[in-house]
Ligand binder design. Structure first.
Ligand code: PXG
Length: 290
């Protein structure tokens, strides 16, 4: 496996960063998770826009243009001969001295991993997930805005631990007022009659690339696709619930906090949207040759 690290493709064993890298010392950095499907990088430009926006959100200068970053991603995919891949692009504040001051870091560290990912066991895509609401609240936008895809995922990891302790693979996180935000690595959607709903970005969620694609697909499929503040009550009384994310793609939810959602089985309209999403990934992307 070859890893892109600061301008070079190096062997996995040689892909190392310093223990003085502020990405490691302080979680000071940003990242993107991107997928390629049969040599098409899905929504590459959207991911680049979000990566650079995340960096700007923490006053981090990425030492290369978006176009160069895109090329580095393509080069990494080609070097590893991957038709289908999960791409992790990471930019940290870089190697520095001890102490929070980001000015201690001379230059950002950039690395790109192209590999595979399986977020949930495959049978759960057929059976649907059972999930719970967890006590840990999602970060409020006024502290660390969840729109920044930062290297500090402890808020999400705390939620994940609580889900695992409850015997389920995923957690619904609420905001400070009790409104639904998102899961630990996925956005959440519900279907009720002709409405396709997901919480607004302002409540404190990552504006997922999959989320945006699904809102557009839903609109096309005849739903009234809207961003709305949602409570657990809204989810409990919905017809269908599902999660979206680059790693997870679209995964149905059949139970929340021990309550069956809709029929208690995977929803037909979730499956139809999943099919639409599959088709989109086969045509919407930036191509590379192997
Ligand atoms: N919310 C959060 C908090 C996320 O981290 C999403 C929503 C979905 O966004 P996209 O743009 O992917 O539709 C994410 C996605 C990883 C990894 O290990 C990254 C994510 C999720 C799971 C794993 O790289 N981020």
């Amino acid at each position: 496996m070859l890893i892109y690290l600061n301008g070079k493709l190096v062997k996995k064993e040689d892909a190392k960063v310093s223990v003085f890298d502020h990405g490691l010392l302080y979680g000071d950095g940003v990242f993107e998770g991107i997928r390629s499907y049969d040599r098409l990088v899905f929504k590459l430009h959207e991911h680049m826009d979000r990566l650079y926006a995340s960096a700007q959100g923490i006053s981090l200068t990425i030492p290369m243009e978006k176009k160069e970053m895109e090329k580095a991603i393509m080069d990494t995919l080609k070097a590893n001969a991957l038709r289908d891949a999960y791409i992790r692009a990471v930019v940290t504040r870089g190697d520095g001295d001890l102490g929070l001051d980001p000015r201690n870091c001379r230059r950002a560290t950039v690395f790109i991993i192209a590999d595979k990912i399986a977020l949930y066991p495959t049978d759960l895509y057929r059976k649907g997930l059972k999930i719970v609401t967890v006590p840990t609240r999602r970060n409020i936008p006024e502290s660390l805005n969840p729109q920044i895809k930062s290297l500090n995922y402890l808020n999400n990891i705390l939620g994940k631990i609580e889900a695992i302790n409850a015997g389920v693979p995923e957690a619904i996180m609420l905001d400070q007022s009790g409104f639904v935000t998102e899961c630990t690595g996925d956005n959440i959607f519900m279907i009720k009659d002709d409405l396709l709903l997901t919480p607004p970005v302002s409540v404190g969620v990552l504006n997922g690339i999959t989320r945006q694609a699904v809102l557009a697909l839903g609109e096309k499929a005849g739903f009234r696709a809207q961003e709305r503040m949602l409570t657990r009550f809204d989810l409990f009384t919905s017809d269908e619930v599902f999660l979206t994310g680059t790693a997870a793609e679209i995964i149905p939810v059949v139970m929340i906090d021990g309550r069956s959602i809709g029929t208690g089985r995977v929803g037909t309209r979730t499956l139809a949207l999943t099919e639409d999403f599959r088709k989109l990934t086969k045509k919407d992307g930036v191509r590379y040759a192997l």
